[in-house]
Design a protein around this ligand. Structure first.
Ligand SMILES: NC(=O)c1ccc[n+]([C@@H]2O[C@H](COP(=O)([O-])OP(=O)(O)OC[C@H]3O[C@@H](n4cnc5c(N)ncnc54)[C@H](OP(=O)(O)O)[C@@H]3O)[C@@H](O)[C@H]2O)c1
Length: 188
């Protein structure tokens, strides 16, 4: 049974982007990027909301850039090798290999995917992840909390959802980013 993992780089006040959509402050330095690469090495499939896909599809052509550090080349290879499923009612065609479009997010179909998959499944951005959290499908959360308060924007976690969590790991990076690794629990 594969795990469904929600990983996010967020501000201390819980946003992935500010009200104008800016998330420059979230760009990981080399140390954090290396850590993220290792977290994602076990991911076989990414489930993306259309908006997150439009950001991440950058990696489909990142190998064409010259002089990028190893950590970027490593992530490029990881991303390109994984399967992607994009949830969208509007996207006409995928812009990357190993990608299919789903018109609806159906929890039962994700449950079957988890049961059948040999490698972990990741979900993002927050509007899509909210549906997986509400349906009780998310097994683990990786929150990378950046040392910044941005005052508003796109929330990493949805309103109206209550989940009990076990903290299974934590780490602070030189940049001030803190990683919190939680497992969801069915207790209480
Ligand atoms: N902090 C960071 O490191 C970081 C990194 C990358 C991006 N970002 C930010 O992350 C955000 C992206 O996440 P988001 O929460 O805005 O959007 P999202 O969850 O990635 O995508 C939302 C879109 O997904 C589709 N969708 C969602 N639920 C669906 C369903 N049940 N059935 C079919 N399609 C469905 C819809 O696409 P259609 O409209 O096409 O139907 C919807 O508009 C942006 O604000 C971006 O700037 C932050």
């Amino acid at each position: 049974m594969a795990r469904l993992i929600y990983s996010v780089i967020e501000s201390l006040d819980g946003y992935v982007a500010d009200e104008s959509g800016n998330f420059d402050w979230a760009a990981p330095d080399e140390e954090v990027h290396r850590f993220v690469n290792d977290l994602e090495r076990g991911v076989g499939t990414y489930l993306y909301g259309r908006r997150m896909y439009e950001t991440m599809v950058y990696w489909e052509t990142a190998h064409e850039l010259v002089g990028e550090p190893d950590v970027i080349q490593d992530y490029t290879r990881l991303w390109q090798a994984a399967e992607k499923i994009v949830y969208s009612k509007t996207l006409e065609a995928a812009r990357s290999a190993r990608t299919r479009i789903e018109r609806d997010f159906e929890p039962e179909s994700v449950r079957r995917m988890k049961a059948a998959a040999g490698r972990d499944i990741s979900v993002g951005g927050p509007h899509l992840a909210a549906q997986a959290l509400r349906a009780g499908l998310v097994d683990e959360l990786h929150l990378l909390v950046a040392p910044v308060v941005i005052g508003g924007g796109n929330k990493s976690l949805p309103d109206g959802v209550r989940i009990k969590l076990d903290l299974i790991d934590q780490r602070a990076f030189r940049s001030g980013v803190v990683h919190l690794h939680y497992r969801t629990t069915t207790r209480g």
